[in-house]
Structures are given as C-alpha cells and as structure tokens.
Design a protein around this ligand. Structure first.
Ligand SMILES: [Zn+2]
Ligand SMILES: [Zn+2]
Length: 302
C-alpha cells in the first residue's frame, strides 16, 4: 500500500468511474447494509461498526463477520468505509478524554479490520481552546499510539475535512495537509472530502472558475492523490457559513452544478462518493438517480 493513489482516467463504464454509494444503517447487523447496497445498486458503502454515540460496545462476533463477508462476496468487490464515533476527540487537551479517544479509535480500527474494510473516515477533532498547532501535535501523537496498538492493517484512515464550526480541526486543505504531514504515516492515511463541509468552510464549488480555484488550492496542498473518498452532501448553510447541515443533492446552496463538476472531475474518478443525506421517502434512490444523470460525461478513451 502506498501513500498516494494513482489518478485513473479510463474506466470500463460510468458506474465504475462514479463509484456512487451511501451511508447505510447497520441495524440488525452490518451485513444488512451490504444487502441494501446491492438492492440500491451501489458501488460503494459507508457504515458505522458500532453505535456512533457510545464509547463501549461488545466486540463484533465471528458469526457477524462471516455473514458480512458472505454478503460482500455477492455484492462486491466494492469499497466499504466505516465512520468513527462522534465522541472521539484526539485533539482534546483534556488528558482523560484524550486517552479515552485513543482507546476508542484503536477499537474503531480493529473493528474495521475485522470486517476487512477499505477505509475508516474520522473527524480530526476539536481543540477547544488549546489552539491549532497544539492540536496538530496532539492528534499526531494520538494517531501514532493507535497505529502502535493496531499494527499495519488493511484499513486506511481518512481524515475528513470539516465545516470549521467552533474549534474543529480540518477546516482547510492546509490544515489537512499539516495533519497528514504531522502523522507522517502516509501508507496508512489519506483524506475524505465532504462537499457540504468544503462549501461551508468557504470553498466555492458552484462556478467553473470558483471550482477550478478550489481544486488548484487542493492540488497545491493535500494533493488529489491523497483523497481516497468523497462525501456528497448539499449544504443548508451558505459559502463560508461554517454550518454543518446536509441537504439532498440539488436542494441546498451548492446546487446541481457543483456536483456535476466534482463527480466528473478526473481527479476523483473511481473513488467512493457517498451520500450522507436523510433517508426518508426513498431519497437515496432519488439522489443517486440525479447524480447518475449529472455524471453523464463520456468514459475517457483508453
Ligand atoms: Zn463525518
Ligand atoms: Zn461527511
């Protein structure tokens, strides 16, 4: 495994290039999410491997692993990502929460590995007053300890960008780059970019020139080769509002055009692009159908 991925320009079909997916519920067992992914015709999937608002949960049982892998064989091979618990804060200046976060995140890595997942998306954390530079060192130290406890595994850890509300870390591409550089374990890390968070953090996606400027900025800092997944969410908040509120594709302030740019961008061909939008009224199916229409660009010739 290397720290950067190759940018692919040719794919067998649009489905493979778009690699669309969604965050699905694991209630009743993680294998149920894989079954639903098949039913929805997804090409990528995100799940929680434990209750996202609890610290402690029983280990995953062997029979669940077996069931999960069985369903994966019917559906896959498509990339599966887990998302870490909202309680974890590796940036915390409080020693107790920091240690708890190391325990919790090590457990997240182990769970993802047990299921054989490709990626584990994590929120870098919030410094709650200690400052950005201190937080970067803190997160790097915490992550290094997690990597020491769970030696090299298949699952790659992806730091997610944030909308930048409060003291959350990862609000800018520069901050993500500095975090990745400080963690300094490129073979086990990368980033996941959330469109709602990018836009709310102040990155323009709605105009051709604004989009190109944002991507130039990305190329200069993190680099597209360190982006391994995208979260596709429209935004309730305006550009630079720092509001983390997801909307259905085309219903928020990014609008359809922003998604058309991003999903047809060669930089992101073939990487998971997953919805994190509300599920009511069969909305996943509707959002996916819209994204497929927007992703109409012809397959690049070989
Ligand atoms: Zn997230
Ligand atoms: Zn997200």
């Amino acid at each position: 495994m290397t720290g950067k991925r190759k940018l692919r320009r040719s794919f067998s079909d649009d489905q493979e290039r778009l690699c669309l997916g969604s965050h699905l519920s694991v209630s009743g067992g993680s294998w149920k999410a894989v079954r639903e992914a098949q039913e929805l015709g997804l090409r990528s999937l995100q799940i929680f491997t434990k209750n996202a608002s609890r610290w402690i949960q029983r280990p995953i049982e062997q029979k669940e692993v077996h069931r999960f892998r069985e369903e994966m064989e019917k559906w896959g091979p498509h990339p599966v990502t887990s998302h870490d618990s909202y309680l974890i804060n590796l940036a915390s200046p409080k020693e107790e929460l920091f240690q708890k976060s190391i325990d919790g995140f090590s457990d997240e890595i182990e769970r993802a590995e047990l299921l054989g997942l490709d990626f584990l998306v994590m929120h870098p954390g919030a410094h709650v007053g200690s400052g950005v530079d201190v937080a970067i060192e803190r997160i790097a130290a915490g992550m290094t300890e997690c990597f020491r406890r769970v030696p090299h595994v298949k699952t790659r850890i992806l730091l997610e960008n944030t909308a930048g509300g409060g003291s959350t870390m990862g609000r800018s591409f520069e901050e993500l780059r500095d975090l990745l550089d400080a963690i300094d374990t490129p073979e086990r890390t990368g980033t996941c970019l959330d469109t709602c968070h990018m836009f709310a953090a102040g990155y323009e996606l709605r105009t051709e020139s604004g989009y190109q400027q944002t991507m130039k900025n990305l190329d200069r800092t993190v680099g597209a080769r360190r982006v391994f997944a995208l979260h596709l969410n429209d935004s309730k908040g305006d550009l630079g509002s720092h509001l983390d509120r997801h909307m259905h594709i085309g219903d928020g302030l990014i609008g359809r055009i922003g998604f058309e740019y991003i999903i047809n961008d060669d930089r992101f061909g073939g990487i998971p692009k997953m919805l994190e939008t509300p599920k009511e009224n069969d909305m996943d199916r509707k959002n996916l159908a819209l994204l497929k229409r927007l992703g109409k660009k012809k397959v690049a010739s070989k």
